[in-house]
Ligand binder design. Structure first.
Ligand SMILES: Cc1cc2nc3c(=O)[nH]c(=O)nc-3n(C[C@H](O)[C@H](O)[C@H](O)COP(=O)(O)O)c2cc1C
Length: 496
């Protein structure tokens, strides 16, 4: 059954970058060039709530909420979070409810509305394609987040950080507004006990609605073996793949085999971590390469190897439309100009347990002194995982929370060492960091970037004071077209 129209996907995908680094202005700028602009769908509940509490400068959130198909939901979100005058200096943001297996209406409404708003804004004013990026690890948000993005007509959903096998069926069911239930792993669950997170779209909106467009689904994976596994079964088969190598920004897959560290404490990657392009082509599905595929030559190389194109992150994270705080972006560009920009693959920083790329920037949690000064706490909780207590009830824990709390919840002390609170730090990266009562300390950022800077160096030569997303796209495509003719990949298959 063909549930989405044939969609011609372009050669350049601007990678989803959370939290709100690839927010709507960046995705919109890329989509307007005819390439695929992707908003990050991670923690958009907190992003929307905080933008509204800051007075919604420019009125963008309110404009998007005014277009939300269920006005009562939009009104409830505004009532709860919008502050016309913003926050008084030193005032903390109000909390948003944390993700759990059983979600009350308020959590789902906020998540649906927030994903709708981000995609709706990214799609305005052009005919280009817009995607949204999710982390499979944050499963508990998936149904409501994907439904919100689909209500805004998202063209492509991309998900990695896990084995995104549930997405194809989830998207098809949500397109029909059917109730969905996505399985969630619960640590220590008693034999035979299954857990899931559910959403009933019709109950949420209160009325029947015409079917939605079923977006194309691209699975982000690192290994051809996983791609082959997903491609084999029509029920879990994506429409294509993004293949992320170890140089990519954000989270990386751990090296295959036994983990060994280099002299700088970074995971060592080897030839086994390079995906086999012939085997990928053998899946019959289109694929895009990511991780230092950031120059025209690399794009041409990817195409010559059978890829439909490339997914690029760092080059866009440092461009003018990026959501990164201006001071951080300017520091990073300064370091890149001087040749001192260093990115370390930290095996411990992320509570997910995946290696995480960290830009070594003074004044951020990459600095051991700043890291040591931050009191451990977990109040956003997007990376919490559910676990079963002795009495059969479900609790939630994160290795980034206070050690004694984590241990009390049955966690292992070894998991807590070196962990950063990514939720708070990533929101600080985009100017939405929390300020605390009492001491009034503000959360520090922790910036992630990819470890390859060829594209950044080349763009700095051409545009010493910085570049726009359109300039990056033009450069990538113009030069690579001289190497191989540009084509678009048409995705016509879907879940069956
Ligand atoms: C600042 C930043 C944040 C990122 N966040 C995410 C994310 O939330 N989800 C994801 O799948 N990939 C994320 N990535 C990876 C990018 O989408 C992309 O695949 C990767 O950066 C490509 O490698 P490159 O940076 O060498 O171009 C992030 C990358 C950067 C630089």
């Amino acid at each position: 059954m063909l549930e989405h129209d044939a969609v011609a996907l372009p050669a350049v995908i601007q990678g989803g970058m959370g939290v709100a680094v690839s927010a709507w202005p960046l995705a919109r700028a890329v989509a307007a060039t005819g390439q695929l602009g992707v908003v990050s769908g991670t923690a958009l509940d907190a992003v929307l709530a905080r933008r509204l509490q800051d007075g919604d400068p420019g009125g963008h959130m309110r404009a998007a909420l005014a277009a939300f198909p269920v006005p009562e939901i939009a009104e409830r979100v505004l009532d709860r979070y919008f502050r016309a005058d913003g926050r008084a200096p030193g005032t903390p943001y109000a909390p948003v409810p944390r993700l759990r297996l059983r979600q009350d209406r308020h959590v789902q409404e906020l998540t649906v509305a927030a994903n709708f708003a981000e995609v709706w804004l990214a799609k305005r004013g052009h005919q280009g394609l817009v995607g949204v990026n999710y982390l499979d690890k944050i499963r508990m948000a998936l149904p409501a987040a994907a439904y919100g993005a689909m209500l805004a007509g998202v063209d492509v959903v991309l998900a990695g950080a896990g084995i995104p096998r549930e997405l194809p069926m989830l998207l098809s069911a949500l397109a029909r507004h059917e109730p969905v239930s996505v399985p969630v792993d619960v640590i220590g669950a008693a034999e035979g006990r299954r857990y899931a997170v559910s959403l009933d779209p019709a109950a949420l909106s209160g009325h029947a609605a015409p079917p939605l467009k079923r977006p194309v689904f691209l699975a982000i994976v690192s290994a051809h073996v996983l791609a082959e596994y997903l491609a084999r079964d029509p029920a879990i088969r994506p429409d294509g793949f993004v293949i992320e190598g170890p140089a990519a920004g954000g989270h990386n897959a751990p090296p295959r085999g036994r983990l060994t560290l280099d002299e700088d404490g970074q995971p060592r990657y080897g030839s086994r971590d390079v995906a086999d392009l012939t085997r990928l082509a053998g899946t019959g599905l289109p694929f895009w390469l990511a991780g230092s595929y950031d120059t025209p030559a690399r794009l041409a190389e990817a195409r010559a190897g059978g890829a439909a194109g490339v997914q690029v992150g760092t080059l866009f994270a440092l461009c003018q439309e990026s959501g990164l705080r201006a001071d951080l972006r300017s520091q990073l560009l300064g370091q890149a100009r001087e040749g001192t920009l260093r990115v370390r693959t930290d095996p411990a920083a992320s509570p997910t347990g995946f290696p995480f790329k960290v830009a070594q920037l003074p004044g951020t949690l990459a600095d051991p002194e700043r890291y040591a000064m931050r009191p451990r706490l977990c109040d956003l909780g997007h990376l919490r995982v559910p676990y079963e207590r002795g009495n059969g009830s479900v609790g939630y824990r994160c290795p980034g929370e206070p050690v004694h709390t984590y241990l009390r919840k049955g966690g292992d002390a070894a998991d807590t060492s070196g962990r950063s609170c990514l939720c708070n730090a990533l929101l600080a990266n985009v100017g939405l960091g929390q300020t605390r009562h009492g001491g009034g300390y503000a959360e520090d950022p922790l910036v992630t970037l990819g470890s390859g800077f060829d594209g950044v160096s080349a763009m700095l030569e051409r545009h010493p004071s910085g570049w726009s997303a359109a300039q990056a796209v033009t450069w990538l495509l113009f030069d690579s077209r001289r190497r191989s003719p540009g084509t678009r990949e048409t995705v016509t298959d879907c879940d069956g």
